[in-house]
Design a protein around this ligand. Structure first.
Ligand SMILES: Cc1cc2nc3c(=O)[nH]c(=O)nc-3n(C[C@H](O)[C@H](O)[C@H](O)COP(=O)(O)OP(=O)(O)OC[C@H]3O[C@@H](n4cnc5c(N)ncnc54)[C@H](O)[C@@H]3O)c2cc1C
Length: 341
């Protein structure tokens, strides 16, 4: 039986441990935190990720715990709608609910080790599922593979109130964006992003929230209502980091999944989705092929798509947070909106 050390018990790590065949692998999950993250946030699950959740046997529970997106709107900074569409196949699920459900899918045979991993565990295979700042990536791919700091700050949280009438959607202003979507149990998920020098570590959430209220004090009434209800204890504020581009996700005895492999800006809402797909793809290959072949095939199968999404997500960030080009962008969207009528 091969020993597999999964470093990181987040979305990618738990999904992998859930899908690996316990008759073939002795799995240990190393996770630095013992509790779920204290602030609730929400994740969009696209159809491909739902297939991965189905393979893990938890799709019906995720559907029950989550909420359907339904209609989506792209708005300008004042709240006027550029474009409307439908996203009936996308589910919004709270990260805490998703992690809880993934935990239920992990076989009891998987061992747990709590506390931060500082050096690579002894194992036949070490899996870096330890997020964008992956220690496994730095240990195996070298210090040049350190995470990169973007100039953007992101704030987000879930409010215990429904989405205000006609306020849902994504607002693209000048150098800043704001999102309002339904969250599970009739609540509201909101997020904001803009360039900022705050952090990267030790960001004071109260200060970040005050700054955000000031920045978004324009005419969009929906944003003002959401921000009036947001409290620091229910808000997460962090700078956005990305993983550097990599040419392969596996070497002899080590492999990367999720943000450790391809941490991207959040603007396409794909990072957690791809983490789930990585995990199921890798586990199915490991369950059915010799180790070396499984690792090489995994890297080949996942590299192109995820690196393309990484690049597309950065492009989307630049478009959504355009500063000087904002009037041109908005003009083009208005034209597209008229043409579509
Ligand atoms: C603002 C924002 C919004 C987003 N929205 C979406 C969305 O709508 N849809 C979507 O698909 N994605 C979204 N994402 C991306 C998503 O959050 C990530 O892609 C996803 O969390 C990656 O999962 P992961 O398991 O690879 O890494 P992580 O979630 O970072 O998990 C890594 C785990 O490893 C543990 N760990 C780290 N280092 C160590 C160590 N040394 N020792 C032990 N344990 C360690 C951590 O505690 C953590 O539990 C968003 C991201 C941001 C920032």
């Amino acid at each position: 039986m091969d020993a597999v050390s999964v470093v990181g018990g987040g979305i990618a790590g738990l999904a992998l441990a859930a899908r690996l065949d316990p008759r073939r692998f002795r799995v240990t999950i190393h996770e630095r935190r013992e509790e779920l993250p204290p602030v609730e946030t929400s994740l969009a699950m696209w159809p491909e990720a739902q297939q991965a959740l189905d393979a893990l046997g938890i799709l019906p529970d995720v559907r029950t715990a989550g909420s359907r997106f339904g209609g989506v709107a792209l708005r300008d900074g004042s709240g006027r709608v550029f474009l409307r569409g439908q996203a009936p196949d996308v589910i919004g699920v709270s990260r805490a609910d998703l992690l809880r459900l993934l935990e239920t899918a992990v076989p009891a045979s998987a061992a747990r080790a709590y506390g931060p991993v500082r050096s690579l565990p002894e194992s036949d295979l070490v899996v870096g599922a330890d997020g964008v700042h992956s220690r496994v990536r730095r240990a195996v791919w070298g210090e040049r593979s350190r995470a990169r700091l973007s100039p953007y700050l992101a704030l987000r949280g879930i409010l215990d109130v429904p989405v205000p009438p006609d306020a849902g959607g994504e607002y693209w202003g000048r150098g800043q964006l704001f999102g309002i979507t339904p969250a599970s149990r009739g609540r509201t998920y909101w997020y904001a992003s803009y360039r900022s020098d705050l952090g990267p570590d030790g960001i004071d959430v109260g200060e970040a929230l005050a700054l955000t209220r000031e920045r978004f004090s324009g005419p969009a009434a929906g944003i003002a209502r959401v921000l009036a209800s947001a409290a620091p204890g229910q808000t997460l504020a962090q700078r956005i980091w990305t993983a550097p581009p990599l040419r392969r996700y596996a070497t002899e005895g080590a492999v990367l999944v999720g943000d450790a492999a391809h941490g991207m800006t959040p603007n396409l809402g794909r990072g957690a989705c791809e983490a789930l797909i990585d995990a199921v793809t890798l586990a199915d290959l490991l369950n059915s092929r010799p180790l070396r072949n499984a690792l090489q095939t995994y890297s080949r199968r996942r590299l192109l798509r995820t690196q393309a999404l990484r690049a597309a997500s950065s492009a989307m960030t630049r478009l959504a947070l355009a500063d000087r080009a904002q009037p041109l962008r908005d003009g083009l969207f208005r034209l597209a909106g008229h043409a579509g009528r």
